[in-house]
Design a protein around this ligand. Structure first.
Ligand code: PMP
Length: 440
C-alpha cells in the first residue's frame, strides 16, 4: 500500500462551486483565522469582508464557542435524536425559540441550509396532507432565488446555471419573477421604492393552477447569493397577504439573514412579516460546526400532532439532526451574540456602512450600489464578451490587497462579521475603493 501523500498537491479535493482548473493554478488558501481576519498559507492577513460564506457573524475563533465545542467533545461526542435524545438539543431548541419571531415555538434540526430547505418543503406538503388537503403539492420559488443544492432546493431555486446540468428536477414548481430592476431602483439605499406589485404575480400563478394545488411559496427575504437583491418596499407584505388569502404557506429562507445580519434577529422582524416556516443554518453555529434549523409555527407542528392516525408524525430527519457538537457550538454562539449585542449590532453600524458603500459611486464600471443591514453589493457593467470577468478580476485583486469579498456574476457582495469596528469598515472600503479605481 502506498501511504505517501503530498500535502500540497491540490488535485484530490474536487472543490464545490469552483472553477477547479483555474483555482488550482493560482490557489487562495487560508490556514488560520481570528476576529475579522484570515491568515493565508503565505502568512498574509486578509480582512474577512464576507464572514466566511455569510456565516461567521460573531467573527472567527471566538472563545466561548471554542470552549463549548471542546467541552462537548470530551463529554458527549454523539447521541442520535431518533426515538432517543440528549439534553443539549432540547436546551438549544428552547434557546432558539426564545429569540425567534413571535409564534415560532418549534425547531427541527438539520445540518445545512440545503437540508433546512428540503425539510421545509416536505413539511409544507405533508402539513397540507395532514389537514386533508392532499392536492396542495405545488411549490413556488423565484427567479434568482438560491435555496441550496439538493433536488427540491435546486428546483425552487431560480439560477439557470445551477439547474441546467440536472435534467427536469422536481416537478410541480413555478417561479415568480425576481425583483431586481436597475431601470427603476439603481443606487437605492435600503429597500428600493419600486416593484411591490411584482408580488401580484402570485395571483397569476394561483389563477393558472388553482390555490387548491399550491402548498408553499419560498423566498429569501434578501436574495443574497445572487447578488444582494433587496425586496422593494411592501413586496414581502403583499406576498404574505396573497399567501394567507389562498392558504399557501410562506417559507422565509433566512439561511443568511437570520441571526442579526440586518440588525434584527431575523429578517422576518426587519420586514414585519410572519411566515409559517423559517429556514436557517450558517450563523446558527457561527459557521463552526455544520448545522441548520427550520423554525416552525405551532399551527404547522400541531397539524402533525393531531394528524390522521396513519401519519403518526413527520417522517423525516438526519442521523446528525441536533448533533451534540453542533448544539454546543450553537449555544456558545448564542451566548456570544447575547454578551455582545450582536443580533442588533448591524442596526447601529448600518448608517455608517451605507455612507461608505455609496461613496463608491462613480468608480469605473460601477452601475449600482445597494445595501441593507450589514450587507452591501456593487454591480458592474457587464462585459458582454466575458460575463462576470470584471467582478472576478476585482475579487482576485482585492484578495491580493488583503480583503476577502464575494463575487457572483457581475456583482461583488460584502457582509463582514457583525463585530467589525468603524475603523475596520474604513480599512475595508479603503482597500476596495483602491481596487475599483485601479482595476481595468
Ligand atoms: N438558502 C440560502 C438562502 C442560502 O443562502 C444558502 C447558502 N448560501 C442555502 C440555502 C444553502 O445552504 P448550505 O450551503 O448550507 O446548504
Amino acid at each position: 500500500m502506498n501511504i505517501q501523500t503530498k500535502p500540497n498537491d491540490l488535485a484530490a479535493f474536487w472543490m464545490p462551486f469552483s472553477a477547479n482548473r483555474q483555482f488550482k493554478k493560482a490557489p487562495r488558501l487560508f490556514v488560520e483565522a481570528k476576529g475579522v481576519h484570515y491568515i493565508t498559507d503565505d502568512g498574509r492577513r486578509v480582512l474577512d469582508g464576507t464572514s466566511g460564506l455569510w456565516c461567521v457573524n460573531a467573527g472567527h475563533c471566538r472563545p466561548k464557542i471554542v470552549e463549548a465545542i471542546r467541552k462537548q467533545a470530551e463529554t458527549l461526542d454523539f447521541a442520535g435524536t431518533f426515538q432517543m435524545g440528549h439534553t443539549r438539543a432540547f436546551e438549544l431548541a428552547n434557546r432558539l425559540t426564545a429569540i425567534a419571531p413571535k409564534g415560532f415555538e418549534h425547531v427541527f434540526f438539520t445540518n445545512s441550509g440545503s437540508e433546512s430547505v428540503e425539510t421545509a418543503l416536505k413539511m409544507a406538503i405533508a402539513y397540507h396532507r395532514a389537514k386533508g388537503n392532499a392536492a396542495k403539492v405545488r411549490l413556488i420559488g423565484r427567479e434568482r432565488g438560491y435555496h441550496g443544492v439538493n433536488f427540491g432546493g435546486t428546483s425552487v431555486g431560480g439560477i439557470g446555471g445551477n439547474r441546467k446540468m440536472f435534467g427536469t428536477l422536481v416537478g410541480g414548481v413555478d417561479h415568480l419573477r425576481h425583483t431586481h430592476d436597475l431601470s427603476r431602483n439603481a443606487y437605492a439605499r435600503g429597500e428600493p421604492e419600486h416593484g411591490a406589485e411584482l408580488a401580484d404575480e402570485l395571483e397569476r400563478i394561483v389563477a393558472l393552477h388553482d390555490a387548491s394545488t399550491i402548498a408553499a411559496v419560498i423566498v429569501e427575504p434578501v436574495a443574497c447569493s445572487t447578488g444582494v437583491l433587496i425586496p422593494p418596499k411592501g413586496y414581502l407584505k403583499r406576498l404574505e397577504a396573497i399567501c394567507r388569502k389562498h392558504d399557501i404557506l410562506l417559507i422565509a429562507d433566512e439561511v443568511i439573514t437570520a441571526f442579526g445580519r440586518l440588525g434584527t434577529p431575523f429578517a422576518a422582524d426587519y420586514f414585519d412579516i410572519s411566515p409559517d416556516l423559517i429556514t436557517t443554518a450558517k450563523a446558527i453555529t457561527n459557521g463552526t460546526i455544520p448545522m441548520g434549523a427550520v423554525f416552525v409555527k405551532s399551527h404547522i407542528h400541531d397539524a402533525f400532532m393531531n394528524g390522521p392516525e396513519w401519519m403518526i408524525d413527520f417522517f423525516h430527519g438526519y442521523t446528525y439532526s441536533g448533533h451534540p457538537m453542533a448544539c454546543a457550538a450553537s449555544i456558545g454562539t448564542l451566548d456570544t451574540f447575547a454578551d455582545e449585542g450582536l443580533l442588533t449590532r448591524a442596526a447601529e453600524l448600518a448608517p455608517y456602512w451605507e455612507e461608505r458603500m455609496h461613496a463608491l459611486k462613480g468608480l469605473p464600471h460601477v452601475i449600482d450600489i445597494r445595501n441593507i443591514g450589514l450587507i452591501g453589493a456593487v454591480e458592474f457593467e457587464p462585459d458582454p464578451a466575458q460575463p462576470g470577468k470584471r467582478a472576478f478580476d476585482r475579487f482576485v485583486q482585492a484578495f491580493e490587497q488583503g480583503l476577502l469579498v464575494r463575487q457572483t456574476g457581475d456583482i461583488i457582495a460584502l457582509s463582514p462579521p457583525l463585530i467589525i469596528t468603524k475603523d475596520e469598515i474604513d480599512q475595508l472600503f479603503d482597500i476596495f475603493a483602491k481596487v475599483l479605481k485601479t482595476a481595468n
